[in-house]
Design a protein. Sequence first.
Length: 460
Amino acid sequence: MSSGYQNRNLTRREFLHRITLAGGLALAAACTQAPPAAPNPTAPSAKPTAAQLATAPAVGKETVVHFWHIFTDEKGRAAYDEVVANFQKANPNISVKVNLVATEPYKTMIRSAVSSPDGPDVFYIWPGGSYLDPMAEAGAVLDLTPYITEFGWDKTINKFALEQVKYKGRLYGVPNNLEKNQMWYNVKLFKDHGLEPPKTWEEFDSVAQDLKKKGIHPVVLGNKERWTAGHFATAMLGLYAGRKYIAEVAAEGKDLYDNQKFVSALNHIQELIRKGHYAPGINAMDNAEAEILFFTGKAAMHFALATGEVRSMLTNAPTFQLDFFNLPPVSKDQPYTVCGGVTGTWAVAKNTRNPEATLKFLGYLMDVDAQKIIVKAAGRISPVTAAVTPETIHPILAKVTDDIGKVPDMTKWIEYYMSPAVNDAWLNGLQGVVDLSTPAEKFLAQLENIRQEDAKKPKS
């Protein structure tokens, strides 16, 4: 996933046009990363309580809160505009000034803007080692840990989501949206051929063999833009190594990348590809081209995120029967985990002009009623579990949300732990893994060497 993942769904006309031209499509993800800055995180000195924030009608005459975000799509923009309007109606002395910026320029400007006197008070930022963590390390964002209990986030926000965005045990960003990877499958195709979602890898192999005999690609993966193989690889690492071990390797360097657990996970991926379980041309297709093979019945399964898959289905194949299953475990002795997590957060600039008004707005933004507006309009999975229901979101996404609440553990994408240089090497190297040109052990040894060299470089 990487820090800048964004969906762009094709229009139906684009979708059909791509089928006739190349059987292809387009769903992109871009990720850039920033080096960590000098340490000095501190907690807020004077902390108003949640009750005070909720009941104080006047923070000051025409107090302004600067709110920056990236949701430029029509539905996303409308949702946040509605939330802002409702907040201002309830708080007439607070004016929320929205700065809406497209994703790519936002990635560049937010790093310097967060410490600028003309920067945001509340702003969207990606979690992990590329954006939020370095800001926390530099003391550029407010420590929100005291507000976890004050605002009741420990009761309203999904436990995986809240833990994933912490840095050194402290909360510097509040989860904005939640995602999960799963294997999507064509319900009608499975039913027509008498197939059931596999619960073991042996069953998975059997299903794949049956599909191939019928001229159907078992699975499709479009890795032209690199992030999809990163997702699948993280999911397999989670099955073989577990969330804690991945974090220890990637974030803390307690073991080498070319450890046997990681090697086994990537060997498993290569074995699936060698068997012909994946449609050919993995690195030549983007994710949207993979979606077309899936939605047109040429491939039976597609490992992908929840929100993007459902949104694309509703746009391009509204009658398609979609369902999912989680990847089977690899061992009864290995704790089970799925791949997914927080794709964005709301943070508060440390030098916010009006802390009381800013925190009041942040608390409102994460309130269940505000989250329901966002979920219903934008179709995104909220980390505020009560906001995601069949009435506010497509039933299949409500099912994903329910599944997130039931799984024993969730592993966030490994690139969130990585430095920019290591992340780039990881995503580039995986292309060699999935096209079978690079053995798993060789790739991981190269990645470890890059990590060690990168660690020697001075951090700016």
